[in-house]
Write a protein that binds this ligand. Sequence first.
Ligand SMILES: *Cc1c(COP(=O)(O)O)cnc(C)c1O
Length: 358
Amino acid sequence: MSRPLIAYIDIAAMQHNLSVVRKEAPRSSIWAVVKANGYGHGLERCARAFIEADGYALTEIEAAVHLRDLGYKKPILLLEGFFSEHELPVIAHYDLEFAVHSEEQIAMLESKVGAPRLKVHLKMNTGMNRLGFKPDQYRAAYDRLKALQSVQSISLMTHMANAEIAAHPQLAVAEQMRRFEEGAKGMDEPRSLSNSATLLLHPEIFSNWVRPGIMLYGGTPGGKTAEAFGVKPAMTLTSELIQILDIDKGEAIGYGSQYVAPHPMRIGVVACGYADGYPRSAPEGTPILVDGIRTRLVGRVSMDMITVDLTSIPDAHFGSAIVLWGDGLPIDEVAEAAGTVGYELMCALSLRPHIVER
Ligand SMILES: *Cc1c(COP(=O)(O)O)cnc(C)c1O
């Protein structure tokens, strides 16, 4: 036996979430986004769970090669493209598709002559102002790629900044689409435009290939709750109470003695801390389940432990079951309390919790 902190990964929930993507985007092919170790759920596990997807999309070439070595034959897309020309032989050898978003990348492609094998995804910057060619530079980039002998196919790609908001006052999805249509005028290659929020909330946008990430893991991209979108939590982080103590009014808890008991309290200590990926920024009041009953964090999160209020849970005992997030407690609620998003909590799960599939 060892420390009772377990992250359960629910393969059936992940399969269900993929089926929600199919239902919401029935005419699209699906890139299952498995970057960042499958949003913290484990790359290989995700590749298995999403075997019905049409391809995998990620950011790390090592992970892409690993999937090929494991025998996965489906298309694999590098969302951030390549970073140096040394990667191009690997990309060609392993038949990886990749985003092209910069002049520098095109120049590297032009400097190499190769068999017509490369499958490029030309990215347009439609207002997010991270990666991609601006609409008025897009045609020139497209023409340069078209002229390359090494390029087998081109796909058209952009990324939405605010798809979870109905009509963002600064940059609405409709405005990004207007820019996209303008920049891609006359190009009839397949398009990949939709992340989770876009495919869930903007069915009017057709993507030949959609790129869902967070919804596959049962998190919400925003706009509505994960439950309202019909997706189920893939990760449930659980632990146990390892100590219970009663404290007097006026006693403080934890580092910094920030929380001072306003009345006599019963406190539980949970084996989970920021070294496990629980956010240190989680404040007093962050929700947590003790034997299925919702209560709240009190005191500062420490490296290996957190402290919770058991005053209203008299039956709590040594070994009581704790849910940090997941089944019964949406990760997005915990994230919101901590001033972040479910994405970050998933990705930040450390190597320390035991992982158990169910
Ligand atoms: C991460 C990523 C996605 C997935 O986004 P979600 O909000 O998790 O659905 C889609 N496209 C690109 C380019 C990404 O980097």
